[in-house]
Design a protein around this ligand. Structure first.
Ligand SMILES: Cc1cc2nc3c(=O)[nH]c(=O)nc-3n(C[C@H](O)[C@H](O)[C@H](O)COP(=O)(O)OP(=O)(O)OC[C@H]3O[C@@H](n4cnc5c(N)ncnc54)[C@H](O)[C@@H]3O)c2cc1C
Length: 408
C-alpha cells in the first residue's frame, strides 16, 4: 500500500468512482477515464431512478444474497460492510433512508444525488476526470501494468483499476471492454450470462400480459430438486414472466439447461389444498347459480380465472353448483400448482446485472489485484460476481471499489 503512485481508474460507474476516491485518499495521483459524457450513467437509472445503493444487513446476510462467488467476497464485505458504506455516504453529505427489506436509498429519492456526492468528493480530492475518453487496452511491461491506452493517447500509470461493468444495458456504457482487457492480460473470463432478467415461457401468456400478482409463491425445480421457493410478486409480460420473484429465479437458473427447469406458481400459498377446497365450496354455496368464472371472483383476478379454468379443463360458463368433486380437485390443483416451462432467458442487454465476468480465481480477494499481472486491479460488475435485488449489486461495486482503491 504505497502512497504517491499514479493510479488509473477505467470506468466512472459506482465501482470506479469509489475506487478513485479511496485511491486518492491515500495520497496517490489518481485519474479516471470514462467513455461517456458524464459519470454514473447506469447509477442514474438504478432503483427506478431512486438508487437502492445498499442493504442494511450484516455481512453474513449480505453473503446469502450473493449468487456467484459469495466466498470470494467474505473478507471484503467485512472490510467494507453495508454499515461502513452507509457511514461513508452520510459523511459525504448524502442522507440515507432504509425501506422495506433493508433497502437503502438516498433520502432525496434521487439517484443523481449519489453521483453528485461522489463527484464532489472526487473533485475535492483532485482526481482528474477525463470524460468522453474510451480506454482501448492496457500496456504491460515485465508482467506489470505501465499504462492505459485510450482513444486520445497513452496514460502512463503505476496501477490500473478496471471498473468497466458488465454487458447489461449497454447504452449506459457497459459493453464488455473490461473482459477484453482482462483476456489480453491472460485472464479467464467466465462467459457472461443474463441475471435478474425476465423469462420467456414455453406457454404463451399473452392473455395475461400486464397482470401483476402479489402474495403468490413461485417454486423453481431442477431435476426434482427445489432451487427456489418464495412468496412475493410476479408479472406476466408479452414474452412470458418477470417481476421480483422471477428475477431472483433467473439468477439461479442461468447456468442450467432450462428445459430441465420447472416453475410452479402457487396462487394461494396461504391455504393448503384442503383449506382452499373448503373456501371454494363455501364461495360456490353462496354463488351456486353463477357461472364458475364469476363465482371465483373473490379468489382470483378475472384474467387469472380464465387461465386457471382452462388448465382445470372446466368450461368458464359452467354453473358453480354443477362442479363435480373431480372438477373441484382439478381447480384446486390448477390454483396451487400452475406449472410452466421456460424457453429462454431474456438477453443480457435487458438484464439488471451480468453474471459471469473476470474469473475471481485469478484475483486476490484481499486486494482485488490480478494474480497474473502486477498493478492490475478489478472492481464491480466486471468481476464474476452477482447478487439478488435489494441493493446488493451496488454494494458489491462499492465494496470491491473500496478494496481496489485502497490497495492499488
Ligand atoms: C435498470 C437497472 C437498475 C438497477 N438497480 C439497482 C439497484 O437499485 N440496486 C443495486 O444494487 N443494483 C442495481 N442495478 C445493478 C447496478 O447498477 C450495477 O451492478 C452497478 O452499477 C455496477 O457498477 P460498476 O461500476 O461495476 O459498473 P457500471 O455502473 O456499468 O459502470 C461502468 C462504467 O465504465 C464505463 N466504461 C466501460 N468501458 C469503458 C472504457 N473502455 N473506457 C472508459 N470507460 C468505460 C462505462 O461507461 C460505465 O460508466 C441496476 C441495474 C440496472 C440496469
Amino acid at each position: 500500500m504505497t502512497e504517491g503512485r499514479k493510479i488509473a481508474v477505467v470506468g466512472g460507474g459506482a465501482a470506479g468512482m469509489i475506487a478513485a476516491i479511496f485511491a486518492a485518499r491515500r495520497k496517490n495521483e489518481v485519474f479516471l477515464l470514462e467513455k461517456n459524457e458524464k459519470l454514473g450513467k447506469k447509477l442514474y437509472i438504478t432503483g427506478k431512478g431512486r438508487c437502492n445503493l445498499s442493504n442494511d444487513c450484516l455481512p453474513e446476510e449480505f453473503l446469502e444474497n450473493v449468487v456467484s462467488n459469495p466466498k470470494f467476497l467474505a473478507g471484503a464485505i467485512r472490510a467494507f460492510s453495508p454499515d461502513a458504506a452507509r457511514a461513508f455516504f452520510e459523511e459525504l453529505g448524502l442522507p440515507l433512508k432504509t425501506e422495506r427489506g433493508g433497502r437503502v436509498f438516498p433520502q432525496s429519492d434521487k439517484a443523481s444525488d449519489v453521483t453528485k456526492a461522489l463527484a464532489a468528493e472526487l473533485g475535492r480530492l483532485g482526481v482528474q476526470i477525463f470524460l468522453n475518453e474510451r480506454a482501448t487496452g492496457l500496456s504491460l511491461e515485465n508482467g506489470a501494468v505501465n499504462a492505459v491506452l485510450a482513444e486520445s493517447g497513452r496514460f502512463a500509470c503505476d496501477a490500473a483499476i478496471v471498473c468497466t461493468g458488465g454487458i447489461s444495458y449497454p447504452s449506459t456504457g457497459s459493453t464488455g471492454d473490461g473482459y477484453r482487457f482482462a483476456q489480453s492480460c491472460g485472464h479467464a473470463v467466465v462467459p457472461p450470462r443474463p441475471a435478474l432478467v425476465g423469462l420467456e415461457t414455453e406457454e404463451n401468456f399473452s392473455s395475461l400480459q400486464g397482470l401483476s400478482l402479489k402474495n403468490v409463491s413461485l417454486k423453481a425445480e431442477y431435476r426434482g430438486k427445489t432451487l427456489f421457493s418464495e412468496v412475493g410478486e410476479m408479472l406476466f409480460t408479452h414474452f412470458g414472466v418477470s417481476g421480483p420473484l422471477v428475477l431472483s429465479v433467473s439468477s439461479l437458473i442461468n447456468r442450467l439447461p432450462l428445459n430441465e427447469v420447472k416453475l410452479t406458481l402457487d396462487l394461494k400459498p396461504g391455504l393448503t389444498d384442503e383449506k382452499l377446497k373448503k373456501r371454494i365450496e363455501r364461495d360456490f354455496a353462496e354463488r351456486g347459480a353463477k357461472a364458475v368464472s364469476n363465482a371465483l371472483g373473490a379468489l382470483l383476478p378475472a384474467r387469472m380465472i380464465a387461465a386457471v379454468l382452462a388448465r382445470a379443463r372446466i368450461p368458464a360458463g359452467k354453473r358453480a353448483a354443477e362442479l363435480s368433486r373431480g372438477d373441484l380437485l382439478s381447480l384446486v390443483g390448477a390454483m396451487k400448482r400452475f406449472s410452466f416451462g421456460i424457453k429462454c432467458l431474456r438477453p443480457t442487454e435487458e438484464a439488471i446485472v451480468t453474471a459471469g465476468g473476470v474469473n475471481v480465481k485469478e484475483i486476490d480477494p484481499k486486494t482485488m489485484q490480478s494474480k497474473l499481472v502486477k498493478g492490475l486491479f478489478f472492481a464491480g460488475e466486471v468481476l464474476d460476481l452477482d447478487a439478488f435485488t435489494g441493493g446488493f449489486n451496488l454494494q458489491i461495486a462499492i465494496t470491491t471499489g473500496y478494496i481496489a482503491g485502497n490497495h492499488a
